[in-house]
Design a protein around this ligand. Structure first.
Ligand code: IYR
Length: 221
């Protein structure tokens, strides 16, 4: 059934305001870097809650909001996740990854050791719901789930960065262990593990560059 209301909270900006705001936002987001050296300095739960609320504002297929976020600061659970992730990563680096894949990862300097999974104050495991379950316990088909959850993750990372936190989008593969450790239901599959917190004082990042606008955009005007 249709139920429409007037569009709320829309601010009309002048061309100048749009230019200023977009420039300001770009300057802020350009400072985001994927970080792997986290300090154990704590981050209040309220901050994580706000960022998850922001993430869940993402558009989703048929507005079905096919996501679930598990935020972990608990030491034992982080330690279990580290152990399981490192076991998978060993397999990956020693057997599963092709030469080509390992070569592509070289500039990032990643390896099987994942101390950040215990050191960072928060891990946010994002789950994608392959289907929903209604109040009667019946399956509800979800549409565009990976796209919806991907957009939510983008907003999550942006919100965390805006709050002044460093993030790492981590995808130990396969991630089935997250579902077990975090006791998630059958309709959910692990999508992404977002590690977040403060960077270590001497945190280092790879010396890599983003593509130029000309290399990523085509305009027809
Ligand atoms: N999951 C592994 C390997 C890895 C894969 C990609 I694609 C990256 O961008 C980074 C790492 C790891 O986390 O080490």
């Amino acid at each position: 059934m249709k139920n429409f209301i007037p569009l709320p909270y829309f601010s009309q900006n002048s061309a100048q305001q749009m230019q200023d705001k977009s420039q300001e936002f770009n300057a802020l987001i350009q400072k985001r870097r994927t970080v792997r050296d986290f300090s154990n300095k704590s981050v209040p739960k309220r901050v994580i809650e706000n960022c998850i609320k922001a993430a869940a504002s993402a558009p989703s297929g048929a507005h079905q909001q096919p996501w679930h976020f598990v935020a972990i600061s608990n030491k034992e659970i982080k330690s279990k996740i580290r152990q399981a992730a490192e076991a998978e990563e060993k397999e990956f680096y020693q057997h599963r990854a092709s030469e080509q894949w390992l070569k592509a990862l070289e500039p990032l300097g990643t390896d099987t050791n994942k101390p950040f999974l215990e050191e960072a104050p928060w891990l946010i495991a994002v789950f994608a719901q392959r289907y929903g379950i209604d109040k009667q316990g019946k399956r509800v088909k979800h549409y565009y789930t990976p796209e919806s959850v991907g957009i939510a993750c983008g907003i999550l990372i942006t919100a965390l960065h805006t709050a002044g936190l460093a993030t790492l989008t981590h995808t130990p593969s396969p991630m089935g262990f997250l579902k077990k450790i975090l006791k998630r239901p059958d309709n959910e599959r692990p999508y992404l593990l977002v590690v977040c917190g403060h960077p270590k004082n001497d945190a280092k990042v790879p010396n890599i560059k983003r593509k130029e606008l000309n290399d990523i955009v085509t305009f027809f005007t």
